[in-house]
Design a protein around this ligand. Structure first.
Ligand SMILES: [Zn+2]
Length: 295
């Protein structure tokens, strides 16, 4: 018996780019479904989970990080929880998984953030508060930087801890930070897509190469069943639940209509698939594994 998990990284081609999904682990758990998803009866949530062979009492969310090798740059999308164990013992695996995938943190040229929540940006620094990706330019939405580093919110009952962590993660990078604007080409082939609501500046990114594209959709969705079947559920950590719902419905519609695949940050590993319309909601259709031959 080995008694431990194997490294979780998965490599695939996207046009001429090489992409790797790298796991930071699993938020373990975030609570019962009815604690974190708002807007439906407990019985309705429990039934949807039971129908999909999932327990209602504990919702597990994974952390699927995207690493892109463009041939010129190594680009990381989001960074996981870092050393903090706020969401249980099974997070903070990014650096070990990157190492298993043959990538040194110092080789990362750019880190692109969807938003400034713990499970997306706290991995920018180590337990001592030292920047992990020492040579990377950091790209993120300005609205999230401003909101989550606001000193005045440190004493806020619900947000204080997240503000403190965001300040410790983001402020050391202030001098190599670039703010992304909606619609902007952040790096060649990487376009920012404003998807606000979960946080004030939440941003998704569409990566395009040749005739292939992939949307790194961050927290537009949280759960592969509930967020799609019932897209009008709010999530407990949404900054603006109403706007989050409008954005989710609009984005899922676009993904389904355009047949644009997503890498969903919190879906079951590795989180790559399509969104299809299904009744009054949507469903997630995972993409089969792609074999990659050496060039
Ligand atoms: Zn998240």
């Amino acid at each position: 018996m080995a008694g431990n998990q194997v490294p979780a990284f998965y490599r695939f081609k996207l046009g001429t780019l090489e992409a790797t999904v790298v796991s930071d682990g699993q938020l373990d758990p975030v609570g019962a479904a009815s604690d974190v998803f708002k807007g439906a009866d407990k019985a309705q949530l429990d039934a949807a989970l039971a129908a999909n062979f999932l327990a209602p009492d504990k919702v597990f969310l994974e952390e699927n990080i995207l690493l892109l090798n463009t041939g010129e740059r190594l680009v990381l999308f989001d960074t996981g929880m870092g050393a903090a164990k706020v969401f249980g013992p099974n997070t903070g695996r990014l650096l070990a998984m990157l190492q298993a995938a043959g990538v040194e943190p110092a080789a990362i040229d750019a880190v692109i953030l969807t938003h400034a929540h713990p499970d997306h940006c706290w991995g920018l620094v180590d337990a001592a508060g030292k920047p992990v990706f020492a040579n990377a330019q950091i790209f993120m939405p300005e609205a999230d930087f401003t909101f989550w580093t606001d000193e005045a919110k440190l004493s806020h009952e619900q947000l204080g801890g997240m503000i403190d962590g965001a300040r410790k993660s983001l402020l050391p990078h202030k001098d190599r930070m670039t703010f992304v604007k909606a619609g902007q080409e952040v790096l060649p082939g990487v376009q920012a897509l404003a998807t606000p609501g979960h946080t004030v500046g939440h941003t998704s990114y569409v990566v395009t190469s040749g005739n292939q594209a992939l949307c790194f959709s961050g927290d537009v969705t949280h759960h592969h069943i509930l967020s799609l079947q019932m897209p009008k559920l709010a999530f407990a950590f949404d900054s603006d639940p109403e706007l989050g719902i409008a954005t989710r419905v609009k984005t899922l519609d676009m993904l389904a209509n355009d047949r644009l695949p997503i890498l969903a940050y919190h879906f079951p590993w590795p989180g790559i698939g399509h969104v299809a319309k299904d009744g009054s909601g949507f469903r997630f259709v995972p993409t089969p594994m792609q074999m990659v031959a050496p060039a």
